[in-house]
Design a binder for this molecule. Structure first.
Ligand code: ARG
Length: 282
């Protein structure tokens, strides 16, 4: 039986632009609630139709960014290493994420005080290696600590462009040996490290990076992104993937898109992306 992806999402009932903690956010550019609900529901439906089981974190009034469940924790097997948000505006989310994860069978762990860490938004497995973005949100020291706890190699990547403040806005593992990335978000060292450890890298251009091409949800061979990434989708198609575009403009206003709205819960599987051939032969 093939493995079913488990994904955590949170309905956008209380979503909105209530503060500014990244360059995308502008409180004078509010979201349209009805459109946000439609866009979120479409993403939910698409992932469901492509075989993912979606679980729901209850929304909480006053926590507009709780919809971005990628930031709840890093999931590793049955362990959830919970986030410690850098910005006070998001710190209230921590207790809700931890409560849900613990009630749903995860062993919840946290990092020491003053160790900023923003979960799967900044720490992504490609194969067995954890690629970890730091500077704007998570700290390099947090990633070292996480890697030590789970006994995995970590490759720290400094994020140099404030528009790409989380690693998942500019880097997306596609299989255990293939990833997409936006080179402009990294320094020379980061680009070299990515090339050294990942055999096949797909480059996303500046315009499509701005449309959040790298913020893709990968379920088997289906890759779902915001609209406005036709060239990336063409590259994916040529490699045997099935790209799906769905409008997420209301979430881009907060600096997020498809992947930010999801958290893979199927622990070890999420850490062990299968090779493209095994995905395609299913
Ligand atoms: N407004 C949110 C923030 O700035 C967006 C989070 C997007 N999440 C992500 N995994 N990139 O924190």
């Amino acid at each position: 039986m093939s493995h079913q992806a488990r994904i955590l999402m949170c309905r956008p009932d209380f979503y909105g632009i209530e503060y500014e903690i990244n360059p995308w956010m502008n409180t004078e550019r509010p979201t349209d609630h009805a459109t946000a609900v439609t866009q979120w529901s479409d993403l939910h439906r698409i992932l469901n139709e492509h075989g993912a089981r979606i679980e729901l974190l209850p929304p909480v009034a006053g926590l507009p960014d709780l919809v971005f469940t990628a930031n709840a924790a890093l999931i590793y097997r049955d362990r959830a290493i919970c986030s410690r948000f850098r910005h006070v505006q998001r710190q209230g989310e921590e207790q809700h994420d931890a409560a849900w994860l613990s009630a749903n069978g995860f062993t919840v762990e946290s990092l020491p005080d003053d160790h900023f860490f923003e979960g799967a938004g900044d720490a992504l497995f490609c194969g067995d290696t954890l690629f970890a973005g730091y500077r704007m949100r998570s700290q390099a020291a947090s990633h070292q600590l996480v890697a030590k706890r789970i006994g995995r190699r970590v490759i720290p990547l400094e994020l140099v462009d404030p528009y790409y403040y989380h690693l998942d806005t500019c880097f997306c593992p596609l299989t255990q040996e293939m990833a997409a990335y936006y080179p402009g978000a990294f320094d020379d060292y980061g680009r070299k490290a990515l090339a050294e450890y990942i055999p096949t890298l797909i480059e996303v251009d500046k315009d499509e990076a701005r449309s959040f091409a790298c913020n893709a949800v990968v379920v088997g061979s289906t890759v779902t992104t915001n609209t406005g990434c036709p060239f990336f989708h063409e590259q994916l198609r040529a490699m045997g993937f099935t790209p799906v575009a769905t409008p997420l403009s209301e979430f881009v206003k907060a600096g997020g898109s498809a992947k930010c709205l999801t958290l893979r819960l199927d622990g070890e599987e999420a850490a062990r992306w299968r090779t493209l051939n095994s995905i395609l032969s299913e």
